[in-house]
Design a protein around this ligand. Structure first.
Ligand SMILES: NC(=O)c1ccc[n+]([C@@H]2O[C@H](COP(=O)([O-])OP(=O)(O)OC[C@H]3O[C@@H](n4cnc5c(N)ncnc54)[C@H](O)[C@@H]3O)[C@@H](O)[C@H]2O)c1
Length: 315
């Protein structure tokens, strides 16, 4: 059982999922140190929790050796590792850079977790480890052949987490979320489709659907994902777990729900599918339910309404 005064070091804690996790940890009485280089995250995301005095932000690249000293000084019970180069297209264009952050950076964070005496590290994995040829719904036990450098790096870090547990006794859990959506998601570049649609609607512009709208994704609300990470502080030891709703939603239906909730009357534009876009994606969340006692509980319409509210305030 984690003590109420437990300490968590959260890499990537100024990002979309990370900052929502930090807010939950603070609500639960944790003391939190965020390590983030703010390359895609924002210090603003942490302002509510920082005002409560239980979060410190250390602006630092996870590849820096000093991460180890920072962790030793803070002495966390749990290290949450979410910092990453998160773009699949960038990983294809710049595989060295992707591996530098996502593999070498992770080895540095594993070293920091081990040297600082943390009880456990919880790492953000990815559905991209499965590759497009996997049988659906994808299960953790299936053979996985990633199609991108990003997927390959996320698969490699599962092995490194296992290696650190064997070599150094560092306990670990890898959580692989499906398509996470919610407040604070970045709508620029290739951010999540919900964020892109919600930002377009908030700005009064019709978004573009690539393909005919029948491609499916498995959407999971960020509060539910943060709860899975919280539970993984004390459950799921040594496991790699899908974190998903297990429900396939066509992107065209997603747009209809968003437009209905926002009372937005414009039809989307349609364009050709982009290279590498997959037709279907869905993960089996059964193992997370058994290991963490976790299940996605936020209905899509409720999560979309909260997301739209956040985007509406920003525009
Ligand atoms: N969003 C999703 O749907 C999703 C799905 C599966 C897995 N993930 C994983 O979850 C994690 C969080 O993703 P997110 O969607 O919140 O993305 P995000 O870009 O909002 O968060 C990533 C954070 O890491 C920080 N960061 C990046 N490189 C860093 C570096 N070298 N040193 C220190 N900090 C660095 C960024 O500034 C940012 O705050 C990532 O590991 C991602 O691969 C996300």
């Amino acid at each position: 059982m984690i003590e109420p005064t437990a300490r968590a070091l959260v890499t990537g804690g100024a990002g979309f999922i990370g900052s929502n996790l930090v807010d939950l940890l603070v609500d639960e009485g944790w003391e939190v140190l965020v390590v983030d280089d703010l390359s895609s995250g924002h210090a603003d995301h942490l302002s509510a929790s920082r005002r409560r005095g239980r979060v410190k932000l250390h602006t630092l690249d996870i590849r820096e050796e000093s991460v180890v000293g920072v962790a030793e000084h803070f002495h966390p019970h749990v290290v949450y590792h979410l910092a990453a180069q998160v773009s699949v297209p960038v990983s294809v264009l710049e595989p060295h850079r992707d591996a530098d952050v996502n593999v070498l950076g992770t080895i540095n964070v594993l070293t920091a977790a081990h040297r600082s005496g943390a009880d456990r590290i919880v790492l953000a994995g990815s559905a991209a480890t499965y590759g497009s040829a996997v049988k659906l719904p994808a299960r953790e036990t299936y053979a996985r052949h990633p199609d991108s450098p990003y997927g390959a790096a996320k698969k490699a870090i599962e092995d490194y987490a296992h290696v650190f547990s064997v070599q150094h006794g560092l306990d670990f859990v890898v959580l692989a979320p499906s398509n996470v959506y919610g407040p604070r998601q970045d709508a620029s570049g290739e951010g999540g489709v919900v964020a892109i649609f919600a930002a377009a609607v908030a700005a009064g512009k019709e978004p573009t659907i690539f393909g005919d709208g029948t491609a499916t994704r498995d959407f999971v609300f960020v509060d539910d994902v943060a709860d899975a990470f919280l539970r993984a502080a004390s459950r799921g030891s040594g496991r790699n777990l899908n974190i998903s709703s297990g429900v396939e939603t066509p992107v065209g239906e997603l747009y209809d729900s968003i437009a209905r909730l926002a009372r937005f009357r414009k039809s989307p534009r349609f364009n050709d599918p982009r290279p590498g876009d997959i037709d279907r994606s869905v993960l089996d969340p059964g193992a997370a339910e058994r290991s963490l006692g976790w299940k996605a509980w936020t209905p899509l319409e409720e999560g979309l309404a909260k997301t739209l509210e956040w985007f509406a305030k920003r525009f």
